[in-house]
Ligand binder design. Structure first.
Ligand code: AMP
Ligand code: ZN
Ligand code: FE
Ligand code: FE
Length: 299
């Protein structure tokens, strides 16, 4: 008998997912998941509703967050688990990050208009339900207006880093992201490391070593878009640095239509044991790290 599968990476309508917190819980339950985490970008607003729904469905709920850290040339996202959604420091910093998004987002709309598209920021915000607005919402409006055929085309041609309508937003450094999560009582995990665009195993190993030195707790080795070989090598790198392994789908509903909750692209099966280790690590965080204790962020 399997001890059950879990999904530690999902998004809701509070950020750029298409399913409400309750729908995410219901879907995970229908796939017989034993536990699910919600990890919206820059917001913890889904957590209350999700917990209530999880109690009703008899599924274990993990409070999460996904933070976009400053890193180049790829993308670095850091997941926080078992965070206290009431943390004052977390609320304050997430507020700043959302303000920076709200500065960036109308600039993306202006760039799209200068490229000849008839798109107002108000329509994009309306599609997002006036919650945290992300680039997938811009892509959705572009599809609805017939400007592109798919999310992927919208990103590849206009919205991805360095594309014509891309605009930077303020980000925390990796060190600041890890500290923020620790100060909210959580465990910090490097999300989907393939998006870092590292050239080799050795480079990944070196970067993970640096992040471990900053207090990183784990790596999301088991991920929808990781191959079996990537899952194995990131798990090995985690073990080399004494880090946890976690796993999740990165479910976004219709915003990433190929990714299913719990099962990812079809082959994902994240074992419950990974959550047990994660909870043990959260319980043993004796004391949060403080800013002055971390020498400096990554350059
Ligand atoms: P934002 O937080 O507004 O910068 O948007 C981040 C969201 O855009 C995440 O859900 C990503 O998965 C998605 N995203 C970022 N880059 C790409 C890409 N190249 N292709 C598809 N989706 C992407
Ligand atoms: Zn997203
Ligand atoms: Fe991410
Ligand atoms: Fe995500």
């Amino acid at each position: 008998m399997s001890a059950g599968t879990i999904d530690l990476h999902t998004h809701t309508t509070y950020s750029d997912g298409s399913a409400t917190p309750e729908e995410v819980i219901a879907l995970a339950s229908s796939k017989r998941a034993r536990a699910v985490a919600i990890t919206d970008h820059d917001t913890v607003d889904a957590i209350g509703e999700a917990r209530t729904a999880a109690d009703r469905f008899g599924i274990e709920f993990v409070a999460g967050i996904e933070i976009s850290a400053d890193y180049s040339p790829g993308t670095m996202h850091i997941l926080g688990y078992c965070i206290d959604p009431e943390s004052v420091g977390l609320a304050k910093t997430l507020g700043h990050l959302r303000e920076s998004r709200e500065t960036r987002n109308p600039q993306i709309a202006a760039r799209l208009r200068s490229l000849g598209f008839d798109i107002s920021y108000d329509e994009v915000a309306a599609v997002a339900g006036n919650q945290v607005v992300g680039r997938p919402h811009f892509a959705r409006v572009m599809i609805e207006k017939g400007y592109v055929a798919s999310m992927q085309e919208a990103f590849d041609r206009f919205l991805k880093k360095d594309a014509a309508a891309y605009v930077e937003k303020a980000r925390l450094s990796p060190a600041e992201s890890i500290i923020l999560i620790h100060e909210a009582g959580g465990v910090a995990v490097l999300a989907h490391p393939y998006q870092l665009k590292l050239a080799s195993y050795e480079e990944a190993d070196r970067l993970v070593g640096e992040l471990a030195g900053l207090g990183l707790d784990g790596i999301e080795a088991v991920y929808s878009r990781h191959s079996e070989a990537e899952r194995a090598s990131y798990s090995q790198i985690a073990a080399r640095h004494g880090l946890l392994v976690t796993g999740g789908s990165d479910y976004h509903g219709s915003y990433k239509p190929d990714i299913n909750i719990v099962t990812g692209l079809g082959d994902l099966a994240v074992p419950y044991e990974l959550l047990q280790a994660l909870k043990a690590r959260a319980a043993s965080q004796s004391r949060p790290l403080h800013v002055g204790e971390v020498a400096q962020g990554l350059s």
